[in-house]
Design a protein around this ligand. Structure first.
Ligand SMILES: C[S@@+](CC[C@H](N)C(=O)[O-])C[C@H]1O[C@@H](n2cnc3c(N)ncnc32)[C@H](O)[C@@H]1O
Length: 358
């Protein structure tokens, strides 16, 4: 599993006893679930940048020590002229060069530790950064993806590992270079289209999977859905997105336990249904599979792409439920994400379609 740098205390400017000003924060490095800390040593580079032009004003090297649960950051003293301005803080494990965006180009390049960018802080009011973290990814040559997530413990308002792997998977298929073999998705994503591809994502959380697809693929209309609690973060992420030519992204609440809203689609049918890391809770699986079944009854040619990291055995019920709902596996691909101590973590990407024999 990849590890995520998180702000436990948001960056802020602090007046020191000497009268000077320093930037401080408290970070940790955890799994997506936040249930384990990175247990190996990693060198970090912290950069303070001016918020308006991202010019670096101060940098420091730090080390995250395996076994620790937090790491304080203190940068300064800062020149008085700079301390008056708004700043952002970047924390990355990329080494001593200027921080660059995290690569999701292929499995060899994805970093073990994902970098964090803060919101703006400081300025004349010495404002504290918001409780948000920006992740910045290179998803294809020249295509970048910016996704905000919360610093707190919400399940929905975070990026999960399966979504990170899914973005890499889609980008490899769309780019076509040494793409994983998946005839179903190749046809859907790479064949010429006369009309837009209609995509819905269920349980989209921050929206990284669907937003990445719309950024990568022209003529692609993506509807992100989740519980109402994600609306604020997802709206922020849609605002930061750069959809490809003639592509668009919107959000609508959709609870798997409720009826499908009448106004869900503005198109006659859906081509692709995305689901990432939504199978961790066995109690919600019947409702999830029921929505998938209803969507496929409305659009019998729809392909479902389910990405998951197996977290416990009860998740296997999902596959039985999909089978009972007449949804058959068309393709399975496995990807490896880096994990600590040179280990790897497996992400499964299952493609489903309606079983035409039923
Ligand atoms: C582990 S998160 C995964 C988020 C995102 N897909 C990702 O991979 O980064 C699971 C998501 O499923 C959503 N979810 C759980 N129960 C739901 C329900 N009954 N209806 C709609 N969404 C639900 C949660 O709100 C959450 O965003």
């Amino acid at each position: 599993m990849v590890y995520y740098i998180r702000f436990l205390k948001s960056p802020r400017l602090q007046k020191q006893k000497t009268g000077s000003v320093a930037a401080s924060a408290l970070i940790c490095i955890t799994t997506d679930l936040g249930d384990a800390f990175l247990s190996q040593d990693v060198d970090l580079l912290v950069t303070l940048q001016l918020a308006d032009n991202e010019k670096a004003v101060c940098q420091a090297k730090l080390q995250w020590r395996g076994g620790k649960r937090e790491l304080p950051i203190l940068l300064g003293p800062l020149p008085a002229s700079i301390a008056q301005q708004s700043m952002i803080m970047q924390v990355t494990a990329h080494g001593s060069q200027a921080p660059s965006w995290d690569s999701l180009l292929d499995e060899r390049n994805i970093p073990l530790v994902l970098s964090a960018w803060s919101t703006a802080f400081g300025g004349p009011q010495l404002a504290v950064a918001d409780k948000l973290i920006e992740r910045r990814f290179s998803v294809n040559h020249g295509i970048e993806l910016s996704i905000w997530e919360e610093t707190g413990n919400s399940i929905a308002r975070h990026i999960w590992d399966a979504a990170t792997a899914s973005v890499m998977y889609l980008q490899q298929i769309i780019a076509g270079n040494q793409a994983p073999s998946n005839p179903v998705l190749h046809k859907l994503l790479r064949d010429e289209r006369s009309s837009p591809l209609h995509v819905i994502e269920l349980g989209s959380g921050c929206g990284i999977f669907g937003i990445a697809l719309a950024n990568l693929l022209p003529q692609c209309s993506v509807l992100l859905t989740d519980l109402p609690e994600v609306e604020e973060i997802i709206t922020k992420n849609i605002g930061a997105a750069h959809p490809a030519d003639s592509s668009d992204i919107r959000y609508q609440p959709l609870d798997w336990e409720a009826e499908l809203p009448d106004n869900l689609f503005d198109s006659p049918s859906i081509d692709l249904i995305l689901v990432s890391d939504c199978t961790y809770n066995a109690d919600s699986l019947p409702a999830l599979v029921s929505v998938l079944g209803r969507l496929v009854r409305l659009s019998p040619h729809a392909i479902i792409l389910v990405a998951l990291k197996r977290r416990h055995e009860s998740e296997s019920i999902f596959f039985d439920l999909m089978h009972s709902a007449g949804l058959q596996t068309l393709h399975l691909h496995r990807m490896e994400l880096p994990s600590q101590h040179d280990q790897f973590d497996e992400i499964e990407l299952h493609c489903y379609g309606a079983d035409t024999r039923q």
